[in-house]
Design a protein around this ligand. Structure first.
Ligand code: 5GP
Length: 204
């Protein structure tokens, strides 16, 4: 535990936004440059991409394994996104009382809605693209998806963007550096909110 976090309570930061908005890049920068925060690693039934490692970005499992976990109530939330299942296991959100590491969840709007309902202390952030035109350029520029997939993701993106008012913060990712800076500012401000300070650690 580092000293600047020693007086805080554990916080959950829920980051949502449409595919292609740069959410994973944003989250990666946060994980690399902010102390005491880790990514919640979800389970998914989608196939891994060449750049991904099982257990790092996701835990890749079969549909049967996912259904089994669902029936065992292993998920804090789960959703079907672009035809695949994704879920946050409770085990990723559990920590012992003396561990002050915050948790970053990169999940879609359906999952975020469930998390905001059950975990009242979750801090929610929506990442918006600079414009629909730029979003389409980013989605269609991805070498990993077919044209049909790109069009479905673009359609879904526009639906998802309508949900931004349900989030506490909205960050427009025009330039990555600025967006990272804004997300860091949210994390830092939430950490020093009086309500988020553990009274047991105030006088020491
Ligand atoms: P991708 O397959 O491109 O990595 O992610 C597709 C979408 O699924 C993204 O919007 C991502 O935030 C979302 N996602 C990733 N993990 C989870 C999860 O555990 N639960 C939910 N609800 N969405 C997730």
């Amino acid at each position: 535990m580092s000293d600047d976090q020693a007086s805080g309570k554990k916080l959950l930061f829920v980051v949502s936004g449409p595919s292609g908005v740069g959410k994973s890049t944003l989250c990666r920068h946060i994980l690399e440059t902010v102390r005491d925060i880790r990514l919640s690693v979800s389970y998914t039934t989608r196939a891994s991409r060449p750049t991904e490692t099982d257990g790092k970005e996701y835990r890749f499992i079969s549909l049967e394994e996912f259904e089994k976990k669902k029936s065992e109530h292993a998920f804090a939330e789960w959703a079907e996104v672009h035809g695949h299942l994704y879920g946050t296991p409770w085990s990723e959100l559990e920590q012992d009382a003396h561990n002050y590491t915050d948790i970053l969840l990169d999940i879609d709007v359906q999952g975020a809605h469930q998390v905001m309902g059950t975990l009242k202390r979750a801090v929610s952030i929506f990442v918006m693209p600079p414009s629909l035109e730029v979003l389409w350029q980013r989605l269609s520029g991805r070498g990993t998806d077919s044209l049909d997939q790109q069009q479905r993701r673009f359609q879904k993106a526009q639906e998802e963007m309508k949900h931004y008012p349900e989030y506490q913060y909205t960050i427009r990712n025009v330039a990555l550096e600025q967006a990272v800076w804004e997300l860091k500012a949210v994390i830092m401000a939430e950490r020093v909110r009086t309500a988020h300070i553990d009274p047991a650690h105030i006088f020491r």
